[in-house]
Design a protein around this ligand. Structure first.
Ligand SMILES: [Zn+2]
Length: 85
């Protein structure tokens, strides 16, 4: 699974303990924020590839947001990472 920062879309994050209600907290080393995980933070590698494939066929971030419920910043950070490899 890929853990994604809700704020900046980076996956450069570390676990930062749990809140009293049991929710997992994280600290993002890219933007420096402290947040709580929600279900939309987790993507499998398969899902990620599927989304990137869909973007290749039809490069519409708005479309991806609607179809997959993925945030624009997340997709952009994946694309940046891919092109820098
Ligand atoms: Zn971040």
């Amino acid at each position: 699974m890929v853990n994604i920062c809700k704020k900046c879309g980076s996956n450069n994050i570390i676990m930062n303990g749990k809140q009293a209600n049991g929710k997992q907290k994280y600290h993002c080393r890219t933007c420096g924020c402290y947040r709580t995980f929600g279900k939309d933070f987790f993507y499998s590698e398969e899902k990620k590839e599927e989304i990137l494939r869909a973007y290749k066929e039809r490069p519409s971030l708005r479309g991806l947001t609607r179809i997959f419920g993925v945030s624009k910043t997340t997709v952009i950070s994946w694309l940046k990472k891919k092109s820098s490899n």
